[in-house]
Design a protein around this ligand. Structure first.
Ligand code: FO1
Length: 458
């Protein structure tokens, strides 16, 4: 039932005689989670107890309160859902590289299972953990449909080169999930004191939680249902119109693993929406998302200027001395204080609602390139703003998206022009041809989150 190719052993230990720990990190959900299913299976085969552990890092890539709030509310639901299955959930505050080996020792664990992330921080954690752990550490790719290490062994050039590889493997991996079986008897573990967890948080409160998008697995599934029943019908024609409300809004849930991309794909395929909408959405969900994972997996500079293709760096260098008509600092951008109302509206959408429409995210990043002193600085500004305000920041999708917009990643060289060099250009009149720019500006200048909510669930 669980494809063994989805699992890899990160050290050379053998299963011991003791509890099975699932160290949950990226895939923060109970249903449709291959890592949890594998840990449950191991516990059954070895006749051992099972415990799910989450290590809450004191700081995580400068994530502010908005992200912790979304994540912790989701984890609170994970605890409750696990309790209903008699599976204990433990939350430890501290660095995983010290907390996990200590916990495993205290529990006299027989093995540890974890989920997969291509991000450097997660790899570093695992490297350090392996050096302290005496029992096996299994890694399960519970995030991607095709396990990242199977999809491709090298950095792919573009969607065109990864698409056939992924399509050839969908028959093997895009399968239905088995049910997670409850444990026989209730656990004796203490419930998490969530108020205490919140009190000890060090996250920056200057970026507040959003109200319009409810966190958690159930909310993620409700959001998917409303998309499949409504917005997907117009996705093929209207996904590039930020006024149209045709997108899924699933990316925060996908980022925190509160919904499984595989589950989303299965439900989308079964939905009654028009084929064009289903195909266009599946291209984004599967091909483009897994291409971003491939980029982070095979390019350790994914979050810096060094990670973009050679041709793009060369071309931008040649245009380093070009006159920039407008120049802004990171603070100007953050405060939405540029000369252009359209750009400012996109920044306001981001800061106030925690998301930015996909089409506008490209425009937003390209103008940061145009109005920054250097492309290196533009790259840094875009990553910093995206990570700080976007609920799906700190994600392969965001790193690849910004590298595409500013650095030509997964794209081809275009006609040479000032400042941009051969990077694909976008401008406001292009936006005006696609959608009602004034409506977008008015909505976001007076942006109230409630408005967004009405649109989403109506
Ligand atoms: N994962 C963890 O295991 N522990 C954390 O404390 C943690 C905090 C966090 C904050 C913001 C955010 O966007 C993600 C966060 N994650 C955390 C999840 C994280 O996405 C994944 O664990 C990474 O992919 C690891 O590389």
């Amino acid at each position: 039932m669980i494809n063994p190719r989805r699992i890899r052993l990160l050290n050379e230990s053998h299963d011991g005689d003791g509890a099975v720990i699932y160290w949950m990190s990226r895939d923060q959900r109970v249903r449709h989670n291959w890592a949890l299913l594998f840990a449950r299976r191991k516990a059954e085969l070895l006749r051992q107890p099972l415990v799910v552990l989450f290590t809450l890092a004191p700081t995580f890539l400068q994530a502010p309160f908005r992200h912790y709030d979304f994540m912790l509310k989701g984890l609170q639901a994970v605890e409750a859902d696990l309790r209903a299955l008699n599976i204990p959930f433990v939350l430890l505050q501290g660095n995983p590289e010290t907390e996990l080996p200590r916990f495993s020792e205290n529990m006299k664990a027989g093995l540890v299972v974890t989920d997969f992330s291509p991000l450097n921080i997660s790899r570093e954690w695992k490297k350090k953990i392996i050096s302290h752990l005496t029992v096996p550490l299994y890694e399960v790719d519970a995030h991607n449909i095709i396990p990242c290490w199977i999809a491709s062994g090298r950095q792919e050039y573009s969607a065109r080169t990864i698409r056939p590889k992924i399509n050839a493997l969908l028959g093997e991996f895009l399968t239905e999930f088995p049910e997670l079986e409850p444990l026989a008897s209730p656990s004796e573990h203490q419930p998490v004191d969530w108020n205490d967890v919140c009190r000890k948080l060090k996250a920056d409160p200057a970026v507040p939680p959003v109200e319009w998008l409810k966190p958690g697995e159930k909310a993620g599934e409700a959001c998917l249902d409303s998309f499949l029943r409504g917005r997907l019908a117009s996705y093929a024609e209207q996904r590039n119109d930020p006024n149209a409300e045709a997108t899924s809004h699933l990316s925060p849930y996908l980022h925190f693993g509160q919904i499984s991309a595989q589950f989303v794909a299965i439900k989308t395929k079964k939905s009654k929406a028009p084929e064009a909408g289903r195909n266009a959405f599946l291209e984004e969900l599967i091909i483009r998302r897994e291409l971003a994972e491939n980029f982070c997996c095979h390019n350790k500079h994914y979050d810096s200027y060094e990670g973009i293709p050679e041709w793009a760096r060369e071309s931008l260098k040649q245009h380093g001395g070009d006159r920039r008509e407008y120049l802004y600092s990171g603070e100007d951008f953050a405060a939405a204080k540029t000369h252009e109302r359209l750009w400012n509206a996109a920044q306001l959408e981001l800061t106030k609602t925690g998301v930015i429409h996909g089409y506008m995210r490209m425009y937003w990043a390209k103008k940061i390139l145009e109005w920054s002193e250097t492309p290196e600085q533009a790259f840094e500004t875009a990553i910093a703003l995206n990570d700080r305000y976007a609920l799906d920041g700190r994600d392969p999708n965001g790193y690849a998206g910004i590298s595409w917009s500013i650095g030509g990643l997964h794209d081809r060289p275009w006609f040479d022009r000032p400042v941009y060099g051969k990077i694909r250009y976008m401008n406001a009149s292009g936006c005006a041809r696609k959608f009602d720019v004034n409506r977008y500006i008015t909505r976001n200048e007076g942006c109230s989150e409630q408005k967004k909510q009405q649109n989403l669930f109506s």
